[in-house]
Design a protein around this ligand. Structure first.
Ligand SMILES: [Zn+2]
Length: 405
């Protein structure tokens, strides 16, 4: 099987499951920290492991431009290059081309663009995106899609959706012919000493471990992406036709692009009705802590967002008492931890007063400590959600905001 996915508990529409990748298990619903250029900004890999991150995301656009996918392939793939032995997902590069590059031109063949780093010309096609992601060696590869801009007229959203469907087919054809070319070698595969998924994770999710995985995949898995703008009927059609192409998992893209939260929910709900229940379902680029809890309750299995890491570097901390802006003068003499209910290494050791001092002094350590806490908050939130699903009841988490167990 391309990507074993075992559902272990359900509560309403929410599922607690395990995705078994070649690089270890991923308990879901999962929040995936974003490691744009082969690093989750400001946090080292050993701390990500300590926080219980079982999968992180890499950005194809950034890694293609620098250091280049051929170099990463030569060095044994992204897992080995960045010394990350757990699961990796790479995006298709499509979203970054649309949001970062200059002078981009979309044609049937693909997207030509100029690098935001040095102005050089490049072309991303579905085939090229697959080639790059296979060279990077991700466990989960994303089909090349067009992220429809917002707002978009209905006709424009339909054309874009049709293009994404044609590109999905081309992505799959190339991927199936080349997926065995991942540079995994033996590194990090089946080496059980590297499979320690963290004691806290084992306690609340004992069944999601390498021992329960059966046959582990020997190649990456390709996910299809649903588009369709902010039109529920187009979203449903996109979902139906993407499912016809038969992927081992499905993502919902093109959300969180400026639409209202209600609209995001409406689009997700429309698509979830159609996506198969026995495969992982991934909403890309969301969201605030209360949103990811809500989406998990709706039946979403995977989410990623730069919010906890980016906000941390701007001094915004997510806590069980709400969001706090650590640079605020009111914290200058605050002897309490960032979050009294958090057990992360930052909250165990440092005061708000010290975190504020670091931030207003522009010390590099400010970004590190703030990021570690925010990621701990997001990952603990998802751990609480998984725990609640195994108990069969998400109402406490949904009604009382996010409480940490
Ligand atoms: Zn903390």
């Amino acid at each position: 099987m391309a990507l074993p996915f075992t559902i272990q508990a359900q509560a309403g529409s929410a599922r607690q499951a395990c995705i078994h990748t070649a690089h270890g298990p991923v308990g879901t619903p999962a929040f995936m920290p974003v490691g744009t250029s082969g690093t989750v900004k400001a946090v080292s890999q050993d701390i990500l492991e300590e926080l219980g991150a079982q999968i992180i995301l890499g950005n194809t656009y950034h890694l293609y431009l620098r250091p280049g996918h051929e170099l990463v392939r030569k060095l044994g793939g992204l897992h080995k290059f960045m010394s990350w032995e757990r699961a990796l997902l790479t995006d298709s590069g499509g979203f970054q081309v649309f949001s970062l590059s200059e002078l981009r031109k979309v044609k049937e063949e693909g997207v030509s663009f100029r690098s935001h780093l040095d102005g050089t010309s490049h072309l991303f096609t579905p085939e090229r995106s697959m080639e790059i992601q296979i060279a990077l060696g991700a466990d989960i590869v994303m089909a090349f899609d067009e992220c429809t801009e917002h707002p978009a007229e209905r006709e424009r959203a339909r054309e874009s959706m049709e293009m994404t469907l044609r590109w999905a087919k081309r992505s799959k054809d190339y991927f199936e012919a080349h997926k065995h070319e991942v540079p995994w070698g033996d590194w990090g595969i089946g080496t059980s000493e590297h499979r320690d998924i963290g004691s806290s994770e084992e306690l609340d999710n004992p069944a999601c471990s390498a021992e329960n995985s059966g046959n582990l995949p020997t190649t990456p898995a390709l996910f299809g992406i649903v588009q369709g703008g902010m039109y529920a009927d187009l979203r449903r059609e996109s979902a139906e036709r993407t499912v016809e192409l038969d992927f081992p998992g499905y993502a919902i893209g093109g959300l969180s692009v400026g639409e209202s939260r209600e609209k995001t929910m409406e689009m997700i709900a429309a698509v979830l009705e159609i996506l198969p229940k026995d495969k992982p379902r991934y909403v890309m680029g969301v969201g605030y802590p209360e949103e990811i809890v809500q989406y998990a309750a709706m039946g979403v299995d995977m989410m990623d967002c730069v919010l906890p890491t980016r906000a941390a570097r701007h001094g915004l901390l997510f806590t069980s008492e709400g969001r706090i802006n650590i640079k605020n003068a009111r914290y200058a003499q605050d002897q309490g931890p960032a979050d009294p209910k958090c057990s992360c290494r930052v909250c165990a050791r440092y005061t708000r007063a010290y975190l504020r001092h670091l931030f207003v002094s522009a010390e590099p350590l400010a970004g590190v400590l703030n990021t570690v806490h925010n990621l701990a908050f997001y990952l603990d939130t998802m751990r609480s959600v998984r725990h609640a699903i195994t108990l069969g009841d998400l109402s406490g988490i949904l009604s009382g905001g996010v409480s940490l167990t």
